[in-house]
Design a protein around this ligand. Sequence first.
Ligand SMILES: [Zn+2]
Length: 243
Amino acid sequence: MKDEITGRYSRQIMMKEIGIAGQKRLCGARVLVAGLGGLGSISSSYLAAAGVGRIRIVDCDTVDISNLNRQLLHWSRDLKRAKVESAAEKLTELNPECEIEAVSRRMDAESAMELCRGSDVIVDATDNLAARKALNMASVRLKIPFIHGAVGGLNGMVTSFLPGRGPCLECLFPADVVGAKVGILGPTAGIIASIQAMEVIKIIVGAGSSLVGRLLYLYGSDMRWKEITIAKNPSCAVCGRAD
Ligand SMILES: [Zn+2]
């Protein structure tokens, strides 16, 4: 009982949306965070801090000095280290109760199914459409909720896909677009990643309603949000026949 009042999770256990039952669900949950850049650094930190039991982190890159303006899990001392190694060290120190599984592997159509299997929620913190589409395919096939986030400059977008309820990422982006390298301000990634982490936690504890069928678009220069309704494409190549 003392732990509930003064322990690590006491301030969230106090919330009616979480309570002891919700905390137990969080401690028993498995989340996949794909990508440990600007988005993944922040979402994985909040998820570990909240007590998500097992977090599988996946990234095949090493830390570059140009990452440090926004990828807050990686510090100056981590240059050239594998991102998963740098991230696992910080997340374990933040919350030793959270089991971190670090996988240094490229997220693609071949690896996504294997890496996503067994997860309760998938967090899209990648930086390219091919990886996002691979995750989306795994989400639809394995029926795992999928939280999409993307950022560029001062703008960002976030939405949640719940297989069997609403659209998937392919409904939204059917074309294969090759993204160019763009500038990113750290806080833009922080805002979008924080919403992704909140969506994950709400889905795990069953609180409120999610961003399913709604895409939030942030116009950071004027600090405005636009909510865009997104619908399932009945002839979607990925989810069209799934439900
Ligand atoms: Zn679809």
